[in-house]
Design a protein around this ligand. Sequence first.
Ligand code: TYD
Length: 135
Amino acid sequence: MNIKLMQLQKHGDERGALIALEEVRNVPFAVKRVYYLFDTQQGVRRGFHAHRVARQMAVVVRGSCRFLLDDGREQIEMLLEHPAQGLLIEPMIWHEMYDFSPDCVLLVLADDYYNEQDYIRDRVIFQQLANDAAG
Ligand code: TYD
């Protein structure tokens, strides 16, 4: 599956820790948008979509959450629980997020502005498009 969990370099000393995200250097695209999810209520599951072309990187700057990732052929589950983990979500990956810890702040960097046209929100259509792409 076209999913990469990147280990981000942590600059730490006795004062604490710092992680820098720099476009192209450790975020493998030009960043047009940053958004973050917080105060996610217990038991909530969200996402339920894939992007046609947008690339994204997700980081839990605080707390933890789980991802379900599906490329139309296989499904994997991923736990993000440390701010030094950068989850790269490429286009045509169906994703759902769940098991948010109450303190979770999920930061997402994207290579394009918000565009509803880029969303595939119907899982059946997603599966058809994934099958078509696989030939
Ligand atoms: P939504 O797509 O439902 O979130 P998710 O799929 O991650 O569960 O987005 C919630 C609302 O926020 C929806 O009205 C669209 C809006 N939104 C923006 O305006 N800009 C953005 O960059 C994103 C991701 C969402």
